[in-house]
Design a protein around this ligand. Structure first.
Ligand code: NAD
Length: 343
């Protein structure tokens, strides 16, 4: 097998990529520190049953880079990093596994601070915290998802105002993919604001919960791309905006919490040409990291909500600049971030 980190297309001069193997607990993890110009790298730990090691490397490189951009645009004094644990989150979790991750973080000496992400929970992070200080988002109050959902909601409001010239969500149709920690709470806010929800998830219990709580219409997993709606809200995994799904979309706005929604960077421009307003993922989904960062830096929790709500203002500026310059919102958002972390 040839070496494939430096040559991997998603390698973007990451400062450090660490492979961790701890046979006693069975931990196999990859920790990626993308950029620390604004401060120590911060970003969650994903646990996923990757089909291959290469898939895990691709994911951690993409996700950690995304965190640099997200943290910079959100105005946080931290850099970007991410970690992935290779394993099945439903069957392979043990306290020892997360303690071994904590030991690995400790060895990095604070260059990277982790938190929960897809496949991990705040309880898992409590085990990490047995071995290191470099973990955030602990305990019940440490769950970042409600703040991510809030950011998605204010981001969707900003997009609706800009693109549909409407101040209200009343009667808008939202096709929402993924009713997990973020998606469900985002759905609740949309429902409370009067939007009609069409939802898809691979988990039948979550679908049932959304149907009962919000009167959501359920569609098969793959049909979510065919729903005629005002907003497509991707809240599951990445790369759902790709050459196979784009021709199927019948929406005016994309506004969701998932990371890395564009399969390739040029899709931002394709969406613009299709007349679809794309709210860049790393801008709209920064609510959770804002919450986690405040906690870790011991800044007042009472200020978190106001900071998250600024996501709406940031998006408004990005939309306006993209219109003015005739460029995609994703390219403009990248530049806003780069101006900050490359300065
Ligand atoms: P989660 O694991 O709680 O929820 C994901 C949901 O998506 C689950 O309900 C799962 O069943 C569903 N799902 C998986 N594959 C699917 C598919 N093919 N079609 C439809 N549904 C599918 O995760 P989460 O914390 O809600 O995060 C969701 C997304 O938001 C992820 O991309 C994550 O990286 C991103 N994100 C989360 C946060 C946060 O605060 N949790 C912050 C920023 C970004």
């Amino acid at each position: 097998m040839t070496a494939f980190v430096f040559n991997e297309p998603n390698f973007d001069n990451h400062e450090q990529v660490v492979f961790v193997s701890e046979p006693k607990s069975g931990l196999k993890a990859i920790l990626a520190v993308h950029n620390t110009h604004l401060g120590p790298a911060m970003g969650g730990c994903r646990m996923w049953n990757y089909a291959s090691e290469h898939e895990a490397i691709t994911d951690v490189l993409r996700l950690s880079r995304g965190m640099t951009y997200k943290n910079a645009v959100a105005g946080l004094p931290i850099g970007g990093g991410k970690s992935v644990i290779l394993g099945n989150p439903k069957t392979d979790k043990t306290p020892a596994l997360f303690e071994a991750l904590g030991e690995a973080l400790e060895r990095l000496g604070g260059r990277y601070i982790t938190a929960e992400d897809v496949g991990t929970t705040t309880d898992d992070m409590a085990h990490v915290a047995n071995k290191t200080r470099y973990v955030a988002g602990l305990g019940e109050s440490g769950d970042p998802s409600p703040y991510t959902a809030l950011g998605c909601f204010v981001g969707a409001q900003a997009a609706v105002k800009h693109h549909l010239k409407r101040d209200s969500m009343e009667g808008l149709v939202v096709a929402l993919q993924g009713l997990g920690n973020v998606g469900f709470d985002y759905a609740r806010r949309l429902h409370e604001a009067g939007a009609k929800l069409v939802v898809a998830d691979i988990d039948a219990a979550r679908l049932e919960r959304a149907r009962a709580a919000f009167g959501a219409e359920v569609v098969p997993v793959d049909s979510i791309y065919d729903v005629a709606a005002d907003i497509y809200a991707p809240c599951a995994l990445g790369a759902t905006l790709n050459p196979a799904t784009l021709p199927r979309l019948k929406v005016k706005i994309v506004a969701g919490g998932a990371n890395n929604q564009l399969a390739t960077a040029d899709i931002g421009d394709t969406l613009r040409q299709m007349g679809i307003l794309y709210t860049p993922d790393f801008v709209i989904n920064a609510g959770g990291i804002i919450k986690v960062c405040y906690e870790h830096l011991q800044k007042p929790q009472s200020d978190v909500e106001a900071h998250v709500r600024q996501i709406g203002d940031t998006l408004h500026e990005i939309f306006q600049r993209a219109d003015r310059e005739g460029r995609s919102t994703s390219v403009v958002a990248d530049e806003v971030a780069e101006d900050r972390f490359k300065r």
